[in-house]
Design a protein around this ligand. Structure first.
Ligand SMILES: *Cc1c(COP(=O)(O)O)cnc(C)c1O
Length: 356
């Protein structure tokens, strides 16, 4: 059986290189005589793997000193709550409502403090990144750098002055270079661009720890998790191992900057075609187009459904848009090779020739 080009939004494609290494090491990791899945998380053999992953991420993302890297659980959705519990500190927070997950994050935060919606594109069905006005006295500002469902991306990092900037980077972490020093907190569910589901990357500036609400569960306290080196309880050992393999792959590919160049190229191939197509139309406002999730429609839901079905038969799978927006979405994370995007554009051209 041949591997398909999997355009799923998450869980999504992993680099073949990563999967093959994991396969090779599955039964016996190094000279340990056991699988990574069977190791104690407190054992020296596992701690080496864990520390390798932390250092690998610090290296490829250029995370400065003064920031703690953690791997936590509960998905990005759990961090929606923990961000508010750890940072709200009796004050208020600015949230930019740029998509479904951004909205979920602010709804969660409302349970723990005052949320100010500093900007929203909800009325426009989230087809663009909204304008915003920030509160000078906010405890933090929350953004979602890439909106997975709607296919939009922030083309700049807002200047928040002394107010810490918190970013949900679930669907574009490590796909482009970010200056980590501009952020107070960065978090990302691994299942989009890094590893299998069940691991969340959490990077926190150290001075922002230790101010959590008393109700904060121990496993959601940034300070306690940092002090325990992500091991307040048993972490997702195998997922973290795979994340570590991915960081090594990124390094081998030339780093995040090299991948960013390829990602820009891949996205441009699709958008250039969409812009001249007589059948397909991109749904996101041009300026804010995502490089990771390319959303498009034909305008006819029956035709959309037929496209998704015929594409799958041709080995281009999971192109159906999210259930709340319909249409199509091609998720083209780091692991999607240029050939996959080329094959998709070719297929779209043929489909158009037969159906326009
Ligand atoms: C997928 C996604 C989430 C939700 O992640 P879970 O790990 O399922 O909680 C949050 N934010 C963004 C931007 C996402 O793409």
């Amino acid at each position: 059986m041949e591997r398909v080009f999997n355009f799923a939004p998450g869980p999504s494609m992993l680099p073949l290189d990563v999967l093959e290494t994991a396969q090779k090491e599955l039964l016996c990791y190094g000279s340990t005589g056991m699988s990574v899945m069977e190791m104690s998380h407190r054992s020296k053999m596992y701690l080496d793997i864990f520390n390798d992953a932390v250092e690998g991420l610090r290296d490829v993302m250029d995370v400065p000193a003064g920031y703690k890297i953690m791997f936590v659980q509960g998905g990005a959705s759990a961090v929606f709550a923990s961000v508010a519990m750890n940072l709200m500190d009796g004050g208020k927070a600015d949230y930019i409502d740029s998509g479904n997950f951004a909205h979920n994050a602010l709804v969660e935060a409302q349970k723990y403090g005052e949320v100010v919606i500093a900007g929203s594109s909800r009325e426009n069905n989230y087809t663009h990144i909204p304008d915003y006005t920030l509160s000078p006295d906010a405890k933090y500002v929350h953004i979602t750098t890439n909106n997975t469902i709607y296919g939009t991306r922030w083309d700049h990092i807002p200047d928040t002055g002394n107010v810490p900037l918190v970013a949900d980077m679930s669907s574009n972490i490590l796909s482009e270079v970010y200056d980590v020093s501009k952020f107070g907190v960065i978090y990302a569910g691994a299942q989009k661009n890094v590893a299998p589901a069940g691991v969340v990357i959490l990077i926190v500036r150290e001075d922002l720890m230790g101010h959590e609400l008393p109700i904060t569960p121990k496993i959601m306290s940034f300070k306690k998790m940092a002090d325990a080196d992500s091991m307040v309880n048993t972490p997702n050992c195998f997922g973290i191992y795979l994340a570590g393999l991915n960081f090594k792959w990124i390094k081998k590919m030339g780093g995040v900057a090299a991948l960013e160049k390829i990602n820009i190229e891949k996205a441009a191939m699709l958008y250039d075609f969409l812009d001249e197509s007589k059948l397909f139309k991109g749904t996101a406002v041009k300026k804010d187009r995502s490089r990771m999730n390319v959303t498009f429609v034909t305008g006819d839901p029956d035709m959309d459904a037929r496209f998704v079905k015929e594409a799958a038969a041709a080995g281009l799978v999971n192109l159906k848009g999210h259930r709340i927006v319909g249409g199509m979405r091609a998720s083209i994370y780091n692991a999607m090779p240029v050939e996959g995007v080329k094959a998709l554009v070719k297929f779209m051209k043929e489909f158009e020739a037969h159906n326009a």
